[in-house]
Ligand binder design. Sequence first.
Ligand code: PEP
Ligand code: MN
Length: 340
Amino acid sequence: MMIVVLKPKSSDEDISKVVHLAKNFGFDVNLSKGSEKTIVGIIGNDVYERRESFEALNCVEKIITVLKPFKLVSREFHPQDTVVDVGGVKIGGGNFEFFAGPCAVESKGQMEMEANFLSRLGVKFLRGGAFKPRTSPYSFQGLGLEGLKIMRKVADKYNMKVISEMMSVEDFGIFEDYVDIVQVGARNMQNFRLLERLGSSTKPIFLKRGFMSTIEEWLLAAEYLFHHGNRRVILCERGIRTFEKYTRNTLDISAVALVKRISHLPVVVDVSHSAGRRDLIHSLSKVAVAVGADGEMVEVHPNPEEALSDGQQSLNFNEFKSTYESSVKLHEMMREFAWI
Ligand code: PEP
Ligand code: MN
């Protein structure tokens, strides 16, 4: 159902244009003609796909849609929580997983230290960028394929899974070979060719919210993946750009609560890119658990002061340990009280 509102004082000819267009598409029409305004209710399957044809008519003032524009990712379509199984580790459905590691893979030695430390704590997903989307072309761009090879090697050694960001469709072949979860970064959330390619694969996808994207645009990006056949999708809220300057982005915590209601997909909170500063990570981490997120992403570095990217928001090992342990404890407590 879609409601087409005509401009004030539209002529009978205008009204019949709208009605004819609807009938030509095979839709039913419910006409309500007032002295000032006329509205036309258009009923039928897939009416939204024809929205633009109605919008193009001069006499149309606005169109009101009644249903959500996404379907496959909505909870109405699929009431149960989706659980994404990554080699036996389950994301969603009441579990809480950490995706931790450095912003960028810098060396074999660094990743060895990371995996050794994180796996002993119980973290199962090793994050690290090999192809980095840096704002400046002069910043460290990542080790590329070499970075993915390093991650794969150390992850296998410590029985961890690899998650890394893919920026370009051409790289799919190597990501298929080396990573367990493909991350789509905030800057590429609406790279539709990338979404189509990943949608026709079977790899789990970690879809970050664009920093200038609405919740609806984010869910429509996930809908692309589903539409092309891939239902192994994990959403990640990583903060949006606002007028606030004290933080790098603004963590939209209500988006997490809301998306959990309207979609069946797991939602992870990236506390590091949301805050952009180390001193807030511990607090935001507890908030992520409390709001009912399915996990969190945290940047951790053996020596943040020497990190080649995002050192200012990276935790050292001791800091991460304390954040990790309090969040795990909080999650256990919430389970005990049946708050999740
Ligand atoms: C990242 O996770 O390394 C990253 C670049 O994040 P985002 O796409 O959210 O900025
Ligand atoms: Mn980073």
